[in-house]
Design a protein around this ligand. Structure first.
Ligand code: BDR
Ligand code: CA
Length: 309
């Protein structure tokens, strides 16, 4: 199996991504590192433990950075609720928080494992990854690939007209990651806004008749309300699960290898992903930018996999 580390700020869509990974034998999740993002760090760490416990699998969960590199933390309770995982109350998990700091875990794991065998899957602000890269530059070249959810071009932003949440919250960290020189695959809003929940799709989770199916349905009922009520969207976008789905079924996605740079200086466009889709510059092509997903295929995969838990 392909070995991955999930770096995350759960978040209902993060939670579904974690479950999808844990349900998939093609992937071996070495650890789940948590970061401040949708809600503050103590909650993202707790939520990740709850999700692992719900899955019935055992994977270490580490807490990492509690604030962005150079900015005040911006959270998104208005989307995810005050716990970050509103929709269903899950019990206090028996799985303890691993005492290692997420950044130490990232550094140690990348040093220990053979070079080029560990893929990083960031689903939140990039603070942990950038901190690890800054502190231990020797690990950067050992990363197999980075597959992340963040940014937007054709869809614009979801926090400001220019910026998507994960990049907006810690643009300096995103800049470090986009300049890292490692193969980067990006699942931006352009793609994730096509992976929308609907009544029928949520009912398929509920119809599983399992604890996982019930929790996912309850989370998504809560989560989709924001986009449907605020934007008149058809459903809630399952951003983060697209990262895991791409690892499992890249054939469901379409995109291009292009140059992408992150705006860190302008207050107006803070965290904007300046994506050279049309190749109008000769700047180096550092990221595969995915623009389309087969939503039916995506939801089929998700339901088939989650039913295994
Ligand atoms: C991203 O922001 C978070 O709210 C979601 O979990 C996702 O990672 C979407 O902009
Ligand atoms: Ca997230």
């Amino acid at each position: 199996p392909r070995r991955i580390i999930i770096d995350t700020d759960p978040g209902q869509d993060d939670a579904v991504a974690i479950l999808l990974a844990l349900a998939s034998p093609e992937l071996e999740v070495l650890g789940i590192t948590t970061v401040a993002g949708n809600v503050p760090l103590p909650l993202t760490a707790l939520n990740a433990r709850k999700v692992v416990e719900l899955s019935g699998r055992r994977v270490p969960v580490m807490a990492g950075c509690d604030r962005p590199l150079a900015r005040d933390l911006v959270t998104a309770e208005y989307v995810h609720g005050k716990t970050g995982l509103d929709g269903i109350d899950l019990p206090e998990p028996a799985l303890p928080l691993d005492p290692r700091h997420a950044v130490d875990f990232l550094i140690e794991t990348l040093r220990q494992e053979p070079a080029g065998t560990v893929t990083l899957c960031p689903l939140g602000p990039l603070t942990n990854i950038a901190t690890a890269f800054r502190r231990a530059p020797d690990i950067v070249g050992r990363v197999q690939q980075i597959v992340l959810m963040g940014g937007g071009l054709f869809e614009g932003g979801n926090v400001t007209p220019a910026a998507e949440f994960n990049i907006y919250v810690d643009p300096e960290a995103a800049d470090i990651v986009f300049r890292s020189g490692r193969p980067l695959t990006v699942l931006p809003l352009d793609c994730t806004h096509q992976a929308l929940t609907s009544r029928a799709r949520i009912d398929r989770f509920r119809a599983m008749g399992t604890r996982v199916g019930e929790a996912v349905a309850a989370w998504l009922d809560f989560f989709e309300r924001f986009d449907v009520e605020k934007y008149g969207s058809e459903g809630g976008p399952l951003h983060d699960p697209c990262v895991i789905a791409w690892l499992l079924r890249p054939d469901l996605f379409r995109g291009r290898l292009i140059n992408v740079e992150v705006e860190t200086r302008s207050p107006l466009t803070r965290g904007m992903t300046v994506a050279d889709w049309w190749g109008v510059t000769d700047r180096p092509r550092n990221a595969t930018w995915l623009r389309e997903v087969d939503a039916e295929g995506f939801f089929d995969l998700l339901t088939e996999r989650l039913a295994r838990l």
